[in-house]
Structures are given as C-alpha cells and as structure tokens.
Write a protein that binds this ligand. Structure first.
Ligand SMILES: NC(=O)c1ccc[n+]([C@@H]2O[C@H](COP(=O)([O-])OP(=O)(O)OC[C@H]3O[C@@H](n4cnc5c(N)ncnc54)[C@H](OP(=O)(O)O)[C@@H]3O)[C@@H](O)[C@H]2O)c1
Length: 246
C-alpha cells in the first residue's frame, strides 16, 4: 500500500490556495486547508472531498500566534506527516512610501512574513520527520514577482515578498541537507479576488492574467521534486514586453 501524501495549505478557501488544493486533491493528497472564513472553507472542503481524500478545515487568522500554533498542531495530529507546507495566505496593499500608514506596514509584515516564519517553525519537526533519511518534504511559499523586480507603489508589499524569498533561500541552507527544502513561487498578476482592482479596460483584462491553475501546476511540480533537487525560486511572468512587471 502506498502512503498518502498530506499538505497544509493556508489561504486554501479561494484564489491561488484553492487552486493548489484542488490540484493536490486531484492527485490523491490529503489536505488541511485554513483561512479566516469558516463557511468558505467548509464549502471548499466539500468540493475537494469529491476526489476521495481526507480534507481537514482549520480556521486561523495569520495575525494570531495562538491560532497558528493550533493550526500546525492540528495538521500534525490529523496526518502525522507533512509532504508539503503551502504558505499562501497573504494580503496586498498599495501605496507610496510618502504617506503609507505604518500600521498597515506592520499588518503586512505580520500576515506576509511573520506568519510564514511561525508556520515554518511550527511545521519543521513534522517536515523533517516526513523527509526522514531518504525522502523529501517541500515548503512552497507564494511570494510575488514584486519581490524580485520593483513595482511602483508596492514598496511595503514588495518588501514583504522579497523577505519571503530570502526566508526560503536561507531556510534551504539550513534544512535542505535533511530533505526539507523551500521554493518561493513569484507570480505576476493572477486572476483572483486580490487582483480585482487592476482588472478591466485600460488595465489588465482578467483573461490575460496568470491563472490559479498555472500557479498550481508549478506548485504540484515542486512537490514532485526529490530530496536532491532544490528549487529556491520560480518566477512566473505574464507575456509581453514587460516581463519584469506584475
Ligand atoms: N492575485 C495576484 O495577483 C497575486 C500575485 C502574486 C502573488 N500573490 C500572492 O498569492 C497569495 C494568495 O493570493 P490570492 O490572489 O489567491 O488572494 P485571495 O484570492 O484574496 O485569497 C486569499 C486567501 O487567503 C486567506 N486570507 C487572507 N488574509 C488572511 C489572514 N489574515 N489570515 C488567514 N487567511 C487569510 C483568504 O481567506 P479569508 O479571507 O477567509 O481569510 C483566502 O483564502 C498571497 O500571498 C498573495 O500575496 C497574489
């Protein structure tokens, strides 16, 4: 009997996280999905269970340390393993440095960087145990192309995403020898709720954006990499002359 793989996916109720959950569930994975809104999580979980796997739902706000600790403990208690930790939940705020409220900067760092760090720390024993002596466990962090190439009015957001990339790369130096490695996926605009403000005429049509399914394809590919293949960063750009723009 082959062992079923298990993933913990934050922000799994919609957008990119939901697309990754769908892809992994379709490939026979068991899942824990988390977000703040319980109804959306339950609805998503029901749809995912159609694939025949187990889906656990955990409400956790990324700004709540205790909820993060409960989330990692609940995943480990449920499955006893973590083949992929998908750090996806995040928030975006635009604004020039000139008048960007520092409270918003603090919240961005809390959700986009501090929570990922705590998740990484909380899941590390389980990730190490899953990798064992000859296997692999993957951390997949959804960063952004703005973490790689600068974009106007995204100093605060972009810097959290750049720090997330750095976190993955440095983590690999510490942990990849134990079979646990991290990949920061850095997409340009993806057609989700978060990019709603930039869609439409004169802006970017939704149908010309990267899809959640595209990001899921990269995430799933990362889970297929073995212990001796480390992919620190994967930039996913939109086509055209502005490849380095979101
Ligand atoms: N869309 C883009 O253009 C784009 C491009 C590059 C990178 N990204 C990154 O990709 C990730 C996913 O974005 P998305 O576009 O899929 O966003 P989305 O459609 O807005 O979905 C965000 C998900 O995260 C959850 N979430 C939001 N804030 C949370 C919080 N404080 N605590 C816990 N869960 C929270 C949401 O559920 P609840 O609201 O119920 O909590 C939802 O499940 C983010 O890290 C984002 O920065 C997005």
């Amino acid at each position: 009997m082959t062992t079923r793989k298990a993933a913990l996916i934050t922000g799994g109720s919609r957008g990119i996280g939901a697309a990754i959950a769908e892809r992994l569930a379709a490939h026979g994975w068991d899942l824990t999905i988390s977000a703040r809104g319980l109804d959306a999580l339950n609805e998503r979980a029901e749809a995912l269970r159609v694939h025949g796997g187990r889906v656990e739902v955990e409400v956790a706000d990324m700004t709540d340390d205790a909820a993060l600790a409960d989330l990692t403990a609940a995943h480990t208690a449920a499955y006893g393993r973590c083949d992929a930790l998908v750090i996806n939940a995040g928030m975006g705020v635009m604004g020039a440095v000139e008048d960007f409220p520092v409270r918003r900067l603090d919240r961005l760092y809390q959700v986009n960087l501090r929570a990922p760090f705590l998740l990484l720390q909380g899941m590390l024993p389980t990730l190490r145990a899953t990798a064992g002596t000859d296997g692999a466990a993957k951390v997949i962090a959804i960063s952004s192309i703005t973490g790689v190439y600068p974009e106007p009015n995204l100093t605060a957001y972009g810097s959290t995403k750049a720090a997330l990339i750095s976190m993955c790369e440095t983590f690999n130096l510490e942990e990849s020898v134990r079979g646990v490695s991290a990949t920061a996926i850095c997409p340009g605009y993806v057609d989700t709720d978060m990019s709603e403000w930039t869609k439409g005429e004169g802006a970017i049509p939704a149908e010309e954006m990267i899809t959640g399914a595209d990001v899921a394809t990269v995430a799933h590919a990362v889970t297929q990499l073995g212990r001796y293949a480390v992919l620190p960063q994967a930039v996913l750009s939109r086509p055209g002359t502005n490849l380095h723009r979101a």
